[in-house]
Design a protein around this ligand. Structure first.
Ligand SMILES: [Zn+2]
Length: 465
């Protein structure tokens, strides 16, 4: 009698509940072990201390490549690969800027990543200051000709880090748009949430086909000072930037695996990026991403039996000025149908607060199990699907690979991002461990399952918003 009252759906839920009970137990044990594990801290400490800043094309980046291979070996990874790709390098030289009029004042600057240099004697010009990028673009014809453009658009602090994309347009497109209008140099207010004078670098548009001008960032208080001064009268600034480019350089994507026990050709691809800017030691960006994903996979590798599917950790070799995502897709095109899921950790090391799943996956019993395992870590499953899991997996995503996003609290991240202050002392060991716990437990569940995210997406009703 009782049996007949159960609907087919309820029976199936009960059955899958039982089927996932053992996996939930293993995932919870991994989670709890990770919270007391120092592997991620040790990796972060070693990469930032032994190697230091890791600019693409630098001798340090070559040492980082060897470091990555040695680290994978030491931690028990197999099928370790170094995949080389062409990547022109850029090296920073001497940089300086000063306010010349109405009074002399040194400005603390950092050249934007891949900026073109000034002439050796520098460039001095009157300032055209704009409070937003849009104001500059809307300036009347001729208003920028022969000027040094200053853009002081601020960045908004949010938990999701969404202020970055909005304010970042000054850096990404400011120099090219100012160049089109005849300007001779650009200074931007750092894309930053801090109140520090320490300026933030980051890539700007570059390349043989890009018409651009020398560009640098200044600290927030100096940007505000220039803004107030400009309201009172004309300003003059002198800017000097040096740099060199090597068009024939290379970079590497490095990977290691925890081989699956039953379906080793089905692969989950995760990782962080090994390269960093040349200021600071790239602790939050992105030594911790390397550390979190490597430590999570290592914990799973230490289990008495590996999960069914293979977990591959990739240390992507050129995120900051691009290249590793495209190179990775190119090298793994044939394998794409077998890549069941991809994810990247690249927003620092503060606690994860949400998980975004591939579209259509939220109601699957295994994902409900995952939600239960993650809940004690104070992580909820977001109803919005993951669309951009990380810059280095965007190539895979465009080829149809489903992705997840374990969303880190970015409230503090953009205080230090791309600065000389991106150093180990900004990493909080307990929050770093919470990241590892989330990745390890979630990855285990997916790796030891048959879940097919592509099929779930195809079966999902189309979004109504
Ligand atoms: Zn990064």
């Amino acid at each position: 009698m009782f049996r007949t009252l159960l609907t087919a759906a309820a029976v199936s839920a009960l059955l899958t509940g039982t089927a996932f009970a053992q996996d939930a137990k293993t995932a919870s044990a991994l989670r709890d072990k990770a919270l007391r594990d120092y592997t991620a801290w040790d990796i972060t400490e070693d990469l930032t201390t032994s190697i230091g800043p890791r600019l693409v094309g630098s001798p340090a980046m070559e040492r980082a490549k060897d470091w990555g291979v040695a680290k994978f070996k030491a931690l028990g990874f197999t099928n370790i690969k170094v995949e080389e790709f062409a990547k022109p390098s850029w090296t920073r030289g001497e940089e300086s800027a000063e306010l010349v009029a109405p009074y002399p004042m040194k400005l603390g600057i950092v050249g934007l990543g891949r900026t073109v240099p000034t002439a050796p004697e520098g460039v001095e010009a009157e300032v055209a200051l704009f409070k937003t990028f849009a104001d500059m673009v809307a300036a009347p014809e001729g208003a920028l000709k022969g000027k040094i453009v200053v853009i002081t658009q601020p960045m908004v602090r949010t938990q999701e880090g969404t202020g970055y994309g909005v304010a970042g347009i000054s850096r990404r497109a400011g120099p090219t748009e100012a160049a089109k209008r005849g300007a001779v140099g650009v200074l931007i207010r750092s894309i930053s949430t801090s109140d520090s004078t320490v300026p933030h670098t980051g890539v700007t548009a570059f390349g043989d086909t890009v018409a651009t001008i020398p560009s640098a960032a200044i600290g927030v208080p100096e940007a505000e000072q220039l803004e107030r001064l400009a309201a009172k009268g004309p300003l003059r600034i002198k800017l000097k930037l040096a740099s060199t480019v090597d068009a024939n350089d290379v970079a590497w994507n490095i990977s290691g695996e925890i081989k699956g026990s039953e379906k080793p050709d089905e692969v989950i691809v995760i990782g962080g990026h090994l390269d960093s800017w040349d200021v600071g030691t790239g602790a939050l960006d992105d030594a911790t991403g390397i550390a979190i994903t490597t430590a999570a996979a290592k914990l799973i590798g230490d289990l008495p039996k590996h999960p069914k599917r293979t977990i591959r950790v990739v240390m992507w070799g050129s995120e900051e000025s691009g290249g590793s995502s495209e190179a990775y897709l190119e090298a793994h095109k044939a394998e794409v149908p077998k890549i069941v899921l991809a994810g990247e950790s690249d927003s620092g090391a503060d606690r994860i607060f949400a998980l975004k799943l591939p579209a259509g996956a939220g109601a699957h019993p295994l994902m409900q199990t995952a939600a239960g395992v993650l809940a004690p870590l104070k992580i909820y499953v977001d109803r919005e699907p993951s669309t951009h899991g990380g810059a280095d997996i965007s190539g895979l995503e465009s080829a149809g690979v489903p992705s997840i996003s374990l969303e880190q609290d970015a409230s503090r991240y953009f205080d230090y991002h791309h600065t000389a202050d991106d150093t180990l002392n900004k990493v909080r060991p307990d929050e770093l461990a919470q990241n590892v716990a989330a990745w390890a437990s979630f990855l285990y569940l997916v790796a030891d399952s048959d879940i097919d995210f592509r099929a779930l997406k195809a079966a999902a009703p189309a979004a109504t918003h």
